[in-house]
Design a protein around this ligand. Sequence first.
Ligand code: PEP
Ligand code: MG
Length: 588
Amino acid sequence: MSSPPQERVFHGVPTAPGVAIGEVFLYRHDVPQFREFRIPPEGRERELARFRQALQETKRQLTDLRDRLAVQAGETAARIFDAQLLILEDVEMLGRIESGINKSGVNAEVLVSRVTEEYRDKLAKLEGSFFHQRAQDVVDIGLRIVKNLLGLSDASIGPIDRPHILVADDLLPSDVIHLMRENVVAVATDLGGAASHTAILTKSLEVPAVVGLKEVSRLVKTGDQIIVNGNSGKVIIHPSPETIPEYEAKREKYQLYVTSLEDIEKLPAETLDGVRITLNANIELPNEAKSAIAKGSDGIGLFRSEYLLLARRRLPNEQEQYEDYRRVIELSAPRPVTIRTFDVGGDKMFPELPTPAESNPVLGWRAIRVCLDHPQLFRTQLRAILRAAVHGSAKIMFPLISGLDELHELLEHFNAVKDDLRGERIRFDDKIKIGIMVELPSAVLQAGRMAKEVDFFSIGTNDLTQFTLAVDRGNERVRDRYKPLHPSVVQLIAKTVLAGHKAGIKVALCGELAASPVATMLLVGLGLDELSVSPVALPEIKKLIRSMTFADAKAFANKAQKIQSAREMEAFCSKSMKKRFANLPIWF
Ligand code: PEP
Ligand code: MG
């Protein structure tokens, strides 16, 4: 008898709070669905031939991929496929599949996945990343053979039929959107950094989530026990009988804390000495506005409209967009909704917009650049927003503005759209406020000048950190170098606030830093007028704001601005916050 699997603890990046204990649902982007059936003895030769043909096809595909990768990325990268091709020569493994077909008469799809999963499990038990990588290779090979048996080029998962903890190597923004309605009680992924779009989206599922776990998805299978602690970033697979009650207690403690925050929902985000901060919510889809408002949000500080494209997997026309914007505006009214124009590109692709392969997509064709290059797409969206805005209160915000030239170019489109609507005698909000996201260092340097031409700024610290430090926000290999509290980033935030206030406009901050309790006092002290956070973070951030004085926060920010080292800045913020607000579960 084999011994039960050993408990293992992983540390990742916590992205949404809470504790969950449950069964794994292992999600792969391309898991094909099939059923088990019996092959009568006279049909088994044919089944074997079908299997061998699928094997040949798999070899052909891998060789082809290998050769293409060698040309594009060099021989070293192409070796991934050499390792996989070697697995296809594994006499013992192939022999077991063939003899299974011969003797038990089970269809090839079942045997391929059964045998490859057994191999995966054996390899995963061995120490060292070499074996863990081979374990993943075996699974990939199995999937590829099964797909070829089924004649599939692409496939998706079926519905998740009961509460599960979703474990995946990675989740694309479009995956998360399609998983939103499923029975997911927590999420754990191998890839992703603190401000990756995947991390942001896991928050909108409103379940505990940890990303950047490196290899967890390779070491579990559907049905295994797992614990996800979205407060500390710990994930425990195959927890021992002693560990489970410990985490049940943590889960209860957190639940009690969440319940204790319910009273705060109706109270304003105001400091003890009477300074009112606007506390808004970031949302990805219109319906989220409802729960954000219920959680006491002052409005929607960032509606990432590009998720309308990703959710539909196609470009909605003007009327469809108008209805979506109207919905979010009406759900939030009389509170204002800041609609950001499509921030597509980077990792937010959608099929209808043909995107060239780029070696640096994050620095490439994305956000406002795509809109300015596609005036039709841009103007259609602006028309829809301007029309919908008459049903409540809306603002328009433009992403990734690098400086004055882009601002002028987009304003030309904006004014032309307004002229068109006037000419067509279509009702729209002529007084709508417009703002820009300040998320590039170049925008900070021109903030004083740009503040004269817009109604507000919103600082996007996710991108601002990425571009200031040249650290990919979604890459877990550099996740420890991604530091929104780096003194240079803090200085850029401070500069933007000063530039905005000098011109008499409001300055918001809508990056993930706004939802980080260690940063709240600093951000309030730096003078931000608005913070916009994921709905799950609203009560906690409000509680913090209500527990400090503005005078203290200002003194705190002044001290922080003298710090020159990122490590010291992080320690200063987290130590002081932990001392002042010892009871927050984020610390345990
Ligand atoms: C940001 O960059 O901080 C931001 C809020 O925008 P996004 O995360 O959508 O890039
Ligand atoms: Mg951004």
